[in-house]
Design a protein around this ligand. Structure first.
Ligand SMILES: Cc1cc2nc3c(=O)[nH]c(=O)nc-3n(C[C@H](O)[C@H](O)[C@H](O)COP(=O)(O)OP(=O)(O)OC[C@H]3O[C@@H](n4cnc5c(N)ncnc54)[C@H](O)[C@@H]3O)c2cc1C
Length: 224
């Protein structure tokens, strides 16, 4: 990976990672990029596909794995995550790049299980390996950043302005989630302000008791 980036740098090409190309945002080919622009797309999905348990509660994953492959692998080991994007076809690298998340929030009184987060997937990163400039070597190199290093923060969510090859994610025990779709609630009721008196079936009233919608909780789902 570093060799490709160094080639591109020496030949004045720009490098962008390509995941599943499932996004609608103009992040990979930015607005105004002419068709002949020297941009090298690196297709991560065929090759950056490593998946292994690093410890009983951490998984090491190539950024080209799909979310479906990652979650299936975790499930086989009795592990999982609470908040994850809805589509399974996204690559992990593409999801992390944009701070992807699920729709899980804690119910009233609910406590986080060890190893889980209600926030974005990037919250789970323990370490990541990225292609970065090494001023001493005078070229791009692969470097691993641990979560407690200040420089790691810029790489947790970078909107495609970096190239991340591998991550280690904290994970927890797998739990059942139930997804319920409701289409019979008018927008005025669903988005009624809390306390307005119109919100018996509002987002706020569903969320408070249902929270992350564990098995058995009666709240609706919202797509990501
Ligand atoms: C129908 C639909 C439903 C969605 N639902 C959700 C949802 O429920 N929750 C949610 O959070 N998001 C959701 N998204 C958004 C989705 O998470 C993002 O579009 C995500 O970036 C797509 O991943 P991808 O693998 O297709 O990445 P791509 O579209 O291929 O790339 C997206 C960006 O990530 C960068 N990138 C990809 N791989 C790497 C890498 N290894 N290193 C560095 N940069 C990289 C690319 O350069 C680009 O800038 C949805 C999108 C769609 C279209």
């Amino acid at each position: 990976m570093a060799a490709v980036v160094n080639w591109a740098w020496r030949h004045e090409w720009r490098v962008r990672a390509r995941g599943a190309s499932h996004g609608w945002s103009p992040l990979t080919v930015t607005e105004g990029t002419p068709s002949g622009a020297p941009v090298l797309l690196i297709d991560t999905a065929p090759h950056l596909t490593g998946l292994a348990l690093d410890s009983p509660n951490a998984v090491r994953a190539g950024t080209g794995v799909t979310m479906e492959a990652l979650l299936t692998f975790l499930e086989r080991h009795g592990l999982g995550v609470t908040a994850t994007p809805a589509p399974g076809v996204l690559t992990l690298g593409g999801a992390l790049a944009i701070d992807a998340h699920g729709t899980a929030v804690p119910a009233r009184g609910e406590r986080l299980l060890p190893g889980h987060t209600y926030g974005s997937l990037s919250n789970l990163i323990l370490s990541l390996t990225a292609v970065v400039w090494d001023s001493r070597a005078g070229e791009y190199v692969l470097r691993t950043f641990h979560r407690d290093e200040a420089d790691c923060a810029a790489l947790l969510t970078h909107l495609g302005r970096s190239l991340v090859t591998e991550v280690v994610l904290r994970v927890g025990a797998n739990t059942d989630l139930r997804c319920v779709s409701r289409t019979d609630i008018p927008a005025g009721e669903l988005f009624a302000a809390p306390g307005s008196g119109r919100g018996a079936r509002s987002r706020a009233s569903w969320t408070r008791p249902g929270g992350s919608r564990r098995s058995g909780s009666p709240s609706p789902s919202t797509p990501g």
